[in-house]
Write a protein that binds this ligand. Structure first.
Ligand code: APR
Length: 264
């Protein structure tokens, strides 16, 4: 199965990778819906929506402090794993057109991919609530911001919490540029035009359960692409998969890359 999937990639090229939280699981970042995942430990209604976060900050700041400390713990240590590196190598070798990722952890860029479409935003980027200008943070500065947010939450002063948010040069306050539940997903037209031209859609580490991003690989199938799905468990794409490569991405992807190198 691995050899055949590698053969499709080498023969067809124009791979578009579609990734989810599972590809970063071996980098120490929890997935959302697995046992012990983020939504298993923190309620998505409280931590996956703007209203929920504001409510928790005002009423139960300790819960938000635990959520932030959990994020600091995983983000501060996270680095690209062999699955990210394999996808970066595919781009370097001219096999991959782009990565469309649901992740906000910046690990594809860190691994060396230049063509990355982030449909749920990027955790290291803020967007002004007044003029929509974006402000990029280094990981170090972002972690500093999170630590300051914990301090202000402990002060229980809402003004000081708002004051801790970065200011835009227009004078507006900036918020994290990540897509929360109920908010518009980013880069959808760009994603559809890329997936339309894909000859292979390489799905890695996603349950395929969150609309509208989850529809992107299906559109690729309709446009004639071969579907390769890498996951330890069967996904919602079982009905369109041409190849289901069962296993953790950090193990399967380097094996797939080895088969590809042998065919080049
Ligand atoms: N390698 C590959 N896949 C893995 C691994 C691994 N080591 N570990 C877990 N997985 C798989 C799980 O089997 C599951 O199919 O990763 C998938 C993770 O699914 P979710 O937790 O639902 O994450 P994702 O599909 O990325 O969620 C999509 O939901 O909450 C929103 O915005 C959030 O972007 C996220 C979106």
């Amino acid at each position: 199965m691995l050899k055949k999937a590698a053969g499709e990639i080498v023969k067809r090229k124009h791979v578009v990778a579609f990734t989810g939280a599972g590809i970063s699981q071996e980098s120490g970042i929890a997935t959302f819906r697995d046992a012990g995942g983020l939504w298993d430990r923190f309620s998505p209604a409280e931590f996956g929506t703007v209203e929920g976060i504001i409510g928790v900050a005002a009423n139960t700041p300790q819960k938000l402090i635990s959520f932030i400390n959990d994020s600091i713990a995983s983000l501060s240590k996270a680095s690209p794993n062999p699955a990210h590196l394999a996808i970066a190598e595919m781009e370097k070798r001219g096999l991959l057109d782009c990565v469309i990722t649901q992740n906000v952890d910046n690990l594809h860029q860190l691994a060396g991919n230049d063509n990355v479409i982030e449909v749920h935003g990027n955790i290291y980027r803020f967007r002004c609530t007044q003029c929509s200008e974006t402000i990029k943070f280094s990981r170090h500065d972002f972690l500093e911001f999170l630590n300051r947010a914990v301090t202000e939450l402990n002060s229980r002063s809402f003004e000081r919490i708002i004051d801790a948010m970065p200011s835009c040069r227009c004078g507006g306050k900036a918020r994290l540029d990540v897509v929360m539940f109920g908010e518009p997903v980013q880069m959808i037209p760009e994603s559809y035009s890329k997936i339309e031209g894909a000859k292979v859609v390489l799905i890695v580490g996603t349950s395929g359960t969150v609309y509208p991003a989850s529809e992107i690989p299906r559109y690729g199938k309709k446009s004639g692409a071969v579907i390769i799905d890498v996951n330890p468990k069967e996904t919602f794409y079982a009905d369109i998969d041409n190849y289901f490569l069962k296993g953790p991405a950090g193990v399967v992807m380097p094996q797939l890359m080895e088969e590809i190198r042998a065919l080049l």
